[in-house]
Ligand binder design. Structure first.
Ligand SMILES: Cc1ncc(COP(=O)(O)O)c(C=O)c1O
Length: 272
């Protein structure tokens, strides 16, 4: 994975949440630090505020745009470096593909821009790359190219790639020593981990290209929904970049449960 991502080292961890938490804690060694990230980031929305709960670190959110990016000018406006009243900004996080925005692929030039701003102020950039391989397959760019401007990334093998457990943190060697200690204290140290590593290796060698099928299927699903012309069930085909198709339901017309029941009838009757 180090070779695949163009980084020095790779460290196996049990989950994406742990990969992100170790990365945040590893970069922000002092309580009272602040992390800049999008307000639709998985780290902010769905990881129990782990950085605050366990590290005394505060997330500082930037509005996420529908394409999964945020305005880079917001970074400089929100940076807090040295003021006795303020926390210190010690990390920037981005997410690729962006889950809540519908599996959107972040443009590499935007990532580079965020990376060079971060570098210019001496702050690292971490990518929550839970679905990085989806971005690789759909964009045709290598993981190393996509991650060029990032210091670290957490990448999952359990999403779309078929392994039951497992994520990898990639980054510089000196960071990985901190990451190993953090993995241990979080209870993520593993002994007989070869079986999991084998599943991840298999996924890397055999399952990545297959993600293209998932992307095709997500588009087909979106197309089929959109072709019904329903005003109550809406799915924008152009918004499907990878393996996520977000369906908007009119709350007065159909509940998510009813919609799922109707979907299970596809091939029999399907009337929206
Ligand atoms: C973007 C993103 N990051 C992190 C995670 C967390 O991964 P895990 O469920 O392995 O902890 C997810 C899970 O869906 C995710 O979508």
């Amino acid at each position: 994975m180090a070779k695949y991502t163009g980084k020095d080292c790779a460290l196996f961890v049990p989950s994406g949440t742990m990969g992100n938490l170790i990365s945040v804690l590893g970069h922000c060694e002092h309580r009272g630090s602040e992390v800049l990230l999008g307000d639709q980031a998985h780290i902010f929305l769905y990881e129990q505020a782990g950085m605050a709960q366990l590290g005394g670190i505060q997330p500082h959110i930037i509005p996420t745009r529908p394409d999964g990016t945020f305005d880079v000018n917001e970074i400089t406006l929100r940076l807090r470096i040295e003021d006795v009243h303020c926390p210190r900004t010690t990390l920037i996080c981005i997410e690729n593909t962006q889950n809540v925005c519908g599996g959107k692929i972040l443009p590499s030039l935007w990532i580079d821009q965020v990376g060079s701003i971060a570098k210019s102020v001496g702050i690292p950039l971490h990518m929550d790359g839970a679905r990085l391989m989806n971005a690789v397959v759909a964009s045709g760019e290598s993981a190393a190219r996509i991650l060029q401007g990032c210091d670290t990334a957490s990448i999952c093998f359990s999403k779309g790639l078929g392994t039951p457990v497992g994520s990898i943190i990639v980054g510089p060697e000196e960071f990985m020593y901190r990451a190993i200690r953090l993995r241990k204290v979080l209870g993520g140290g593993m002994r007989q981990a070869g079986m999991l590593a084998a599943a991840a290796l298999y996924a890397l060698e055999n399952m990545v290209d297959r993600l293209a099928d998932d992307h095709k299927h997500a588009k087909l699903l979106a197309q089929a929904i959109s072709e019904t012309g329903s005003k109550n069930v809406i799915c924008q085909v152009a918004d499907v970049h990878t393996n996520i198709a977000i369906v908007h339901l009119h709350p007065d017309a159909i509940t998510p449960e009813q919609f799922c029941n109707r979907l299970s009838m596809v091939g029999k009757v399907c009337l929206f």
